[in-house]
Ligand binder design. Sequence first.
Ligand code: SAM
Ligand code: CA
Length: 249
Amino acid sequence: MATKQEGGEQQKQDGRHQEVGHKSLLQSDALYQYILETSVYPREPPCMKELRDITAKHPWNIMTTSADEGQFLNMLLKLINAKNTMEIGVYTGYSLLATALALPEDGKILAMDINRENYELGLPVIQKAGVAHKIDFREGPALPVLDQMLEDKTTHGSFDFIFVDADKDNYLNYHKRLIDLVKVGGLIGYDNTLWSGSVVAPPDAPLRKYVRYYLDFVLELNKALAADPRIEICQLPIGDGVTLCRRIS
Ligand code: SAM
Ligand code: CA
């Protein structure tokens, strides 16, 4: 297994994708650099670059969404005219800012993370970009918030887009709830569904501990999504793999 995401050790060992946020399952570093330098960085809004630079100095920077995935999310949200959205797993806010910039002035993002400190690291940039008013940040685990929302029938089918990028062992628990909160025709995006490429690792592969721990959850999620008749799916090899689920019933 040659690539790495959301963990630094392998990255150091094999010397690939050294810069922060350079996450790709592409087999050629040169090709990935080409994409970033030709199509992504020249079009990255200055505020997103600033947030990426701030995040680069943070010890957990490997968790950030990559610039090419940020660009993808931004365009996707515009394409579907998203207005009411949700994000589970904010960290310093790179995907959140990509989302906020794509939404109309009266767009909304319900953003959840157990860690407010990291969100506050990026918040000044989000404020300066003039999009903070779109964000309703809730500190704490996401599941109880979802359960509370489900008690109120008016929130059912109300989200145009939901991005899930948090605790992988809860993705199926999220899915059980999110399927009722996203609107028919709306999208849920599950991030890291190729899990550093470990989804095809042989049983004796030397995986980092946390990759090994979450692997079965990711495998189970991928199977469950593929078998779920309520959604259409598309698994994209951008970043660490993102699976888009379009609710159809
Ligand atoms: N989307 C972010 C970005 O673009 O930088 C990256 C998110 S990072 C990979 C995962 C985040 O999920 C961490 O900030 C972590 O604190 C958060 N998290 C972990 N468990 C959570 C939970 N139960 N509920 C909400 N957030 C959680
Ligand atoms: Ca991620």
